[in-house]
Design a protein around this ligand. Structure first.
Ligand code: ZN
Ligand code: ZN
Length: 717
């Protein structure tokens, strides 16, 4: 006989997080009849008592999240409560990769446990997910765990509703799961067990060797923190000046080298395990030219095991050559010693990076631990949209037409052909797993970006329109959308973006779509070369009130007489000297003038060094004319006071820009948002936050958030 049942369709972070086993256990205990099932539309739960089930949902563990819940009645015949086999197409969320849960951490360290010291220890609440999943719904068969046949003990736990690994798709043990292996010059190293493998790795680290180790979303390079070893690593990776992150076992180890604030500690310990920028202590390893260290706590069981053999902070960096994408294969490694394992990586993820300003966390890079968790966006639009993002620090984004945006992992600098190939392959995989069929494509307004060129091709292939979105508007709307603002003012500052006119933008104020203010324009002598060499920009700015002869003493002899006459020619003839309102270029020029940086050898370096050398600002009033913040008076002030404390002058520059831009924006009387790459500047952001200005939450304020912003801009138009 059929009875009245209730069918709940649940969306959110409910797949791959132990949701079905949790529901099964709770419903069985409550004596409910029905079933739970993963479908393409989310998790479906059918029960005979809606009220009791609602009470169960109210007690979900923290790492699960319900976004939408639909209920309907139906008739069914059930005599118990079961987990049914997964079905269906449609889009269901794949969870991100999590660090070990407390229960698994205890087992890892318990000599009596059968998973003691096992490097791939996981359960329904923790472990890799996105990086090993090929398609949705998340199930053992759709992950690279399908290559491992469960042993009888694992099989028993998997099928036992009372076990915490009931239906854990990553279930594995020493006997049946992924295995570690060690290679030297591509030849297997003869070692009898994991303990010996890790001891061999630790001995090599002590000796100053660089070791490639396969992680969750790709390979890392590990080495000790001796200066000589770091130099070797620089030579190997082709890096100059760029700081390295350090891996620490725990907070105790972290506190020996850095001083985290409470929010930084919370971020370090979060299950996303990002790299967090923390103020360094004196005597800390010399891996950063800045006042901070990028620190990540052990993010896998393998890291925990490695620290048993090597109990000191370790340099830990993505294994790839400069600008090339992260590697996932043993054969791609470029160091002799490689610690490998045989679980295949489907989706690469770099380490995520967080910077905390005024106890507010900002994502610099949104990748491992966060992706592909969807982000809600408030819009009635039902057209599915693909947004291709910008070119540096790229991500792309998909809007499902039902209020959700899925942002890709950080895909880096797409000017490198291999990175662009990775971008295209990742995009295809996201389209397949989300089952989203875009009816519109959005790209940056810069016609020469790889993503804009590809957008044309893709739009033609799919027969859908391609709409360019101005770069800084995308930043503005990304921040506004996160705060559900329809009517707002935005301050957006970064290095550069293609403007609506013939100028390069980068220090802009918008009221909704309209640009209502900006920084003073200066010629960018030599175009991109001025971004690379900040003294070029300094020459240009100083030229607005000094003669070439008067400028020369402030250039610290960075140019030969011949180069100087060429610069002057560029300035006079306006040849290859586009006008720019870029805030980044102003910060660069100040860093050069004050002697803190003469070359941008990595993204944002001059501005980052300016911030790192700043102390307390002098109080000077911003000069504003027709909603344009003048930067010439700022440099006039710097020149006049050049013999004073350069660290105070450095702070003055950032404070001047922030207070001037805020003054213009505040005249509108609207809520203000602040975004763009300069939002990572501590002094500027501290000033804005103190004035109640809003900033991005789940989305990076820099170019990693452009794709989300392109969607937000379109949805607002
Ligand atoms: Zn666990
Ligand atoms: Zn097993």
């Amino acid at each position: 006989m059929n009875h009245l049942f209730f069918r709940f369709t649940i969306k959110g972070v409910v797949q791959g997080v132990g949701f079905r086993p949790f529901i099964h256990r709770a419903c069985t205990q409550a004596g409910l009849l029905g079933f739970v099932q993963n479908t393409g539309e989310g998790v479906v739960v059918v029960v005979n008592d809606a009220k009791t089930f609602q009470n169960i949902l109210a007690q979900l563990p923290d790492h699960m999240r319900i976004d939408t819940l639909q209920t309907e009645t139906m008739s069914a015949q059930c005599t118990d409560f079961t987990i049914r086999a997964s079905t269906g197409d449609g889009f269901s969320e794949i969870p991100p990769d999590f660090f070990l849960c407390p229960d698994c951490l205890i087992e890892l360290q318990d000599p009596q446990n059968r998973r003691h010291d096992y490097f791939f220890l996981t359960c329904t609440a923790c472990g890799p997910r996105f990086t090993m999943t090929e398609s949705s719904p998340y199930d053992r068969a759709t992950t690279t765990m399908r290559d491992f046949t469960m042993c009888p003990d694992c099989q028993k736990e998997y099928g036992d509703p009372s076990d915490r690994r009931f239906h854990a798709q990553t279930i594995a043990c020493h006997i049946c799961g992924p295995k570690l292996s060690l290679f030297q010059n591509n030849q297997p190293v003869r070692v009898s067990n994991d303990h010996d493998i890790l001891q061999h790795v630790a001995d090599s680290l002590h000796k100053g060797e660089i070791v490639a180790i396969k992680g969750v979303g790709g390979f890392h390079l590990f080495c000790n923190t001796e200066n000589e070893t770091i130099q070797k690593l620089d030579a190997l990776t082709g890096r100059r000046h760029k700081p390295y992150a350090l891996l620490c076992r725990d907070m105790t180890m972290t506190q020996t080298i850095a001083s985290p604030t409470p929010e930084e500690e919370r971020q370090l310990l979060s299950s996303e395990r990002p790299i967090v920028l923390v103020r360094k202590k004196s005597g800390a390893p010399e891996v950063s030219e800045l006042d901070t260290l990028g620190i990540m706590l052990a993010s896998t069981a393998l890291h925990m095991l490695l620290f048993k053999h090597y109990p000191y902070p370790l340099v830990c960096t993505s294994s790839n050559l400069a600008h090339a994408p992260l590697t996932t294969q043993k054969t791609e490694q470029f160091v002799p010693l490689v610690l490998n394992h045989n679980r295949e990586i489907i989706n690469t993820t770099d380490d995520s990076i967080v910077k905390v300003i005024s106890e507010t966390p900002l994502l610099i890079r949104r990748s491992r631990g966060f992706v592909p968790k969807s982000i809600a966006i408030n819009s009635p639009v039902t057209t599915p949209i693909l947004a291709l993002g910008a070119e540096m620090n790229n991500t792309f984004a998909l809007f499902d037409g039902c209020g959700r945006v899925i942002l890709s992992q950080h895909l880096g600098n797409l000017t490198h052909p291999a990175s662009f190939a990775r971008y295209q392959a990742t995009l295809k995989r996201f389209l397949a797993y989300t089952h989203i069929k875009p009816e519109m494509i959005l790209c940056d307004a810069h016609p020469e970006y790889q993503t804009s060129i590809y957008g044309k091709e893709l739009a033609q292939e799919l027969g859908v329109p391609l709409i360019p979105v101005q770069h800084h508007r995308a930043h503005a709307f990304a921040a506004a959308a996160e705060h559900n603002l329809d009517d707002f003012t935005a301050i957006v500052c970064d290095g550069l973006g293609y403007g609506d006119d013939d100028t390069i933008w980068g220090g802009e104020i918008f009221q909704n779509h309209e640009r209502i203010g900006h920084l003073e324009l200066h010629p960018q002598l030599g175009g991109d070369a001025a971004g690379r060499f900040p003294y070029r920009m300094l020459y240009s700015i100083l030229h607005s009130f000094l003669s070439p002869k008067e400028i020369t003493p402030f250039l610290n002899q960075k140019f030969s007489p011949k180069e100087l006459s060429l610069l002057e020619k560029q300035f006079i003839e306006k040849f290859h000297a586009p006008l720019t309102s870029s805030c980044g270029r102003v910060l660069d020029a100040a860093a050069a003038l004050l002697g803190f940086c003469d070359e941008r050898t990595y993204d944002g370096r001059p501005a980052i060094l300016l911030e790192a050398h700043s102390t307390t600002p002098f109080d000077i009033s911003p000069v504003i004319e027709d909603s344009v913040l003048k930067t010439t008076p700022l440099f006039r002030y710097l020149i006049e006071h050049i013999s004073e404390d350069k660290h105070r002058l450095a702070a003055t520059v950032q404070h001047y820009l922030a207070s001037g831009l805020y003054t213009i924006a505040a005249q509108t009387g609207k809520p203000i948002v602040w975004a763009g790459g300069c939002a990572y500047n501590r002094i500027m952001t501290e000033h804005f936050l103190s004035k109640g200005v809003l900033i991005n939450k789940e989305i990076p304020p820099g170019d990693g958030g452009i794709s989300f912003g392109q969607i937000a801009t379109y949805l607002h138009s």
